[in-house]
Write a protein that binds this ligand. Structure first.
Ligand code: NAP
Length: 469
């Protein structure tokens, strides 16, 4: 659905009026166009204590074709970057800001104690005003639960407060994320850095991402523009909305897509599949024999590499007014079917070794929502399923992650009454709803063969919604 206020805010007259009245000021977010470089503009690098990731960071930024600058408190970056063959220089100095940059990357892995946190202050204090619109902030840390001292764990945990606050302060379409990199996982962060630095992460903000050692094999794609080349991807609920966008992004990234939806949606489904050169599969995933039918279809197709559990329904009523069948229907379609399908596909080998499962949860499952007890139970359950099955599926090299969308412009949200819809659109750091493609891009990142260090993650695609933050 079109957001008229967003268009108005980006017109000459609208911008003036909105500034004068102090109203929410949404910016047209930059979104990824095939073939464009990961990042257009320089990356300013900072660090505190004895940063542990600089070498890996320089190698990866070089591979991405990025240009970097060193903050004056990280002078060693210039030598590290030069050694990696990276174009670099110095930024500002003596209290003077340098040129405008597209991203701020801070290696906080070396912070061992909260008394060292002023390194964060100096870097972000100096550079905050120099970030271009739709800029990116990435803070790299160590997972607190794995730190060898309470003091290190404490300062590493404190990074969450920093990134969440930066996300709220930045405005102008910029976002901020915290990436906890486990010891030994330093070489697994490329797919994550590429996603976070690029416009693919337009509507993801203030998220905490955990990268661990690879589950199964870490495979860097031959062509980062086609990371899913040769992969077969099942997308449920693919006839419209977010599911159609997921199928489109997967196909754009090189995958052969199998688009599934209910038999009643066959016309829309065929249209999506035909456009993408994929296959359509009309199936009610809630049916008792659906898991077996999927196993047979996958085996006949030589096995599938990725399952995206996108199909979902809402049947909203307050708990006092809700009929039992509405509860059962929502929990069955949104959650129990996913459990049954995962178990059947993994145990039969129909989902190949090294496969990926990506589930669609919701911020309702994180924050709860009036009139949505059934839906929130199902979507919180998806998070439980992801976290509890990740270690089990890891034995077969399979990862499982979830995205939790906030307000996304689809038929589902177009049906919301006007005042509630407007509140949903504006109550986030981007002051606008997300697009289906924003959810799809996050799913494609999890689905990539290069994302074997990512499992058990739940990432919100909500523009840092105030709900449940
Ligand atoms: P949508 O437009 O309603 O599309 C969902 C698709 O899934 C529909 O085509 C639907 O078919 C299909 N489906 C439902 N039950 C099925 C079944 N038993 N078997 C096969 N297909 C089935 O929804 P959307 O807005 O794109 O949302 C996609 C996912 O994102 C859902 O899981 C939703 O809960 C989640 N989500 C959306 C938002 C948002 O803002 N839109 C926010 C948070 C989470 P029918 O025509 O039968 O319904």
């Amino acid at each position: 659905m079109k957001d008229g206020y967003l268009d108005f805010a980006n017109s000459a007259l609208g911008a003036k009026l909105i500034n004068a009245l102090g109203l929410p000021n949404p910016l047209n977010l930059e979104r990824y166009q095939p073939g464009q470089p990961v990042i257009q503009g320089a990356v300013l690098v900072g660090g505190g204590g004895a940063p542990e990731l600089l070498g890996s960071l320089a190698t990866l930024l070089k591979r991405m074709g990025a240009q970097t600058l060193a903050h004056e408190r990280l002078p060693q970056w210039v030598a590290v970057a030069n050694q990696a063959g990276l174009t670099t220089g110095r930024w500002g100095g003596n209290g003077q800001a340098g040129e405008k940059v597209k991203a701020l990357v801070f290696d906080a892995t070396g912070l061992a104690d909260s008394t060292q946190s002023d390194a964060l202050y100096w870097f972000f204090h100096d550079a905050a005003r120099s970030l271009l619109p739709c800029g990116r902030i990435i803070v790299l840390g160590r997972p607190p639960e794995a730190c060898d001292s309470p003091r290190k764990a404490t300062v590493q945990r404190s990074l969450e407060g920093l990134t969440r606050s930066l996300g709220k302060e930045l405005k102008k379409g910029s976002n901020a994320q915290l990436v906890y990199v486990a010891e030994g996982a330093e070489d697994n962060i490329e797919s994550t850095l590429r996603f976070l630095l690029s416009p693919r992460s337009a509507y993801v903000s203030a998220q905490v991402i955990r990268v661990g050692k690879p589950v199964g094999q870490l495979t860097a794609p031959l062509d980062w523009n086609l990371p899913l080349s040769g992969k077969k991807v099942l997308v449920t609920g693919a006839s419209r909305g977010i599911g159609a966008a997921i199928a489109e992004v997967m196909a754009r990234d090189g995958a052969q897509v199998i688009c599934l939806d209910v038999p009643q949606a066959l016309d829309g489904l065929n249209e999506v599949a035909k456009k993408l050169g994929g296959k359509s599969l009309a199936l009610d995933i809630g049916a008792a024999d659906a898991p077996q039918k999927l196993v047979e279809a996958a085996k006949a197709d030589g096995g599938w590499d990725v399952i995206v559990h996108n199909a979902g329904i809402t049947r909203d009523k307050t708990i006092a007014n809700m009929k039992e069948h509405l509860w059962q229907m929502v929990v069955n379609i949104n959650l129990s079917t996913q459990e049954r399908i995962n178990e059947a596909m993994v145990s039969s080998g129909a989902l190949k070794q090294g496969g990926r499962i990506v589930c669609v949860s919701s911020i309702s499952g994180i924050a709860g929502n009036m009139g949505q007890t059934n839906y929130a139970v199902s979507k919180a359950g998806v998070i439980g399923m992801v976290q509890s099955s990740a270690p089990i599926f890891a034995e077969q090299g399979i990862t499982i992650n979830a995205v939790a969308p906030g307000f996304i412009e689809t038929q589902m949200t177009a049906a919301i009454p006007f005042a509630i819809r407007e509140a949903g659109r504006r109550m986030n750091s981007m002051s606008q709803g997300g697009q289906p493609v924003d959810v799809a891009e996050a799913i494609a990142w999890f689905a990539s063969p290069a994302s074997s260090g990512l499992t058990s993650n739940v990432i919100r695609v909500c523009g840092q919604s105030l709900i449940g933050a």
